[in-house]
Design a protein around this ligand. Structure first.
Ligand code: CP
Length: 399
């Protein structure tokens, strides 16, 4: 019986499944494992059933993994302490994070959504800029993994009393956080904080620079949408993605260009001249100022809002004119591929960059799927980046 308990504990550790969930899935008996630990009798037929369940479950996971690819062992699969940008990641590291998120997608769709992987760890979400999706999904992700999650809102913090970013970082570090998630209005702020603290730092959006978990969740949402259509592809080779909006100020655009290209997609970027960065061709994406031309035959259309909080001065004549030239309408969407998917990272400005009847198209819009995948991706990132701290086998020497 001790052997079986050990096997169950190891299984739960490997798979990220809580013991309650194990009992529920294996025997439809949630308290089974805790009762077993307290001396509950175990029939040999039940032990056989449990071992069969574990073997079949892991065989299923291996089959899913085989659909994707083999990864280097242990921490070599993701040899980074922090997640600061997509620019630092190799293609196989992006795919690794996406594949690591798949079990969490499944877990998040169950009624019981808890795993105890990060039990005892403290995660601080330090947000110096407004957020709904990113902050909440990091909080939910940490809590579903069993961590203690604390949110620091700059508006009510000592930042308002003149504390510098470095002093804030040193303060968070002194509290022995096991991971710090940062959103900041300045490009490079997360890099600066990472250089001052001892724990993994995750970039939740820094100025106009990068928003890596957004690009990862977008890739995961796209993968799921393609799979749901029976277009199970290893990556996005052959796919044309048009990103339209305020490219100049968008960290989402930058991270997505890097991520989508690493996954094999061709990326078109479309914006009015004033909202297109100079020299954008150098990133390998095709620039457009004419939205109709940028949409021609595109498989995916990703719309971005105007980042007015980062604009100094007038970049567009009016929201009405912007919508006329760059708003995604049902009519305009006809220029894209017949079943083109519509994406938007949110928050949306309906009637400006996207019409409501496009944003809410059940069969084409995957905007709510993007939000769903945000939790799973952030669970995967928190899991992977805290493996060293947790002493997970093979990750002891991680960066
Ligand atoms: N997409 C995104 O970053 O949304 P929030 O600003 O609401 O976090």
């Amino acid at each position: 019986m001790q052997d079986l308990l050990h096997e169950i504990e190891q299984f739960c550790l490997r798979t990220g499944m809580s013991e309650t969930r194990f009992g529920e899935l294996a025997l439809n008996d949630k308290p089974f494992v805790s009762q077993l630990k307290s001396g509950r009798d175990l029939r040999s037929s039940t032990a056989l059933r449990l071992r069969q369940f574990m073997a079949e479950y892991e065989a299923g996971r291996a089959e899913n993994a085989a659909v994707t690819r083999d990864y280097p062992a242990g921490s070599l699969a993701f040899p980074h302490r922090d997640l600061l940008g997509i620019a630092q990641l190799e293609r196989h590291e992006i795919l690794y994070l996406l594949d690591q998120a798949e079990p969490w997608v499944e877990l998040n769709r169950q009624s019981a959504k808890h795993a105890d992987l990060l039990s005892g760890l403290t995660i601080i979400n330090a947000f110096f800029e407004n957020s709904t999706r990113t902050l909440l999904s990091f909080e939910i992700a940490g809590k579903r993994l069993g961590a203690d999650v604390v949110n620091m809102h700059a508006a009510t913090s000592s930042v308002k009393k003149g504390e510098t970013l470095i002093d804030t970082a040193i303060t968070l570090n002194a509290m022995h956080a096991d991971a710090i998630v940062i959103r900041h209005a300045s490009s490079g702020a997360t890099q600066l904080i990472a250089s001052k603290v001892d724990c993994p730092v995750l970039n939740a959006g820094d100025g106009q620079h990068e928003h890596p978990t957004q690009a990862l969740l977008d890739a995961l949402a796209l993968r799921h949408a393609l799979r749901a259509r029976g277009q199970m592809a290893d990556d996005f080779t052959g796919l044309t993605v048009t990103i339209c909006g305020d490219i100049l100020h968008s960290r989402v655009a930058r991270s997505n260009v890097l991520c989508l290209q690493a996954m094999g997609a061709s990326v078109r970027l479309c914006a009015p001249p004033a909202l297109m960065p100079v020299g954008i061709e150098q990133v390998g994406a095709q620039p457009f100022h004419d939205f109709d031309a940028a949409l021609d035959g595109a498989d995916v259309v990703m719309m971005l809002r105007l980042q007015t909080e980062r604009m100094s001065g007038q970049f567009i004549p009016s929201a009405r004119e912007y919508h006329h030239l760059y708003g995604l309408t049902q009519n305009r969407l006809k220029r894209a591929a017949p079943d083109a998917l519509v994406m938007h990272p949110g928050p949306m400005n309906r009637g400006v960059e996207i019409d409501s009847d496009v944003a809410d198209m059940l069969e084409r819009s995957i905007i709510t799927r993007q939000v769903e995948m945000g939790v799973a991706i952030r669970m995967a990132c928190l899991d992977v980046l805290t493996r060293r701290t947790r002493g997970v086998a093979g990750w002891e020497g991680a960066a």
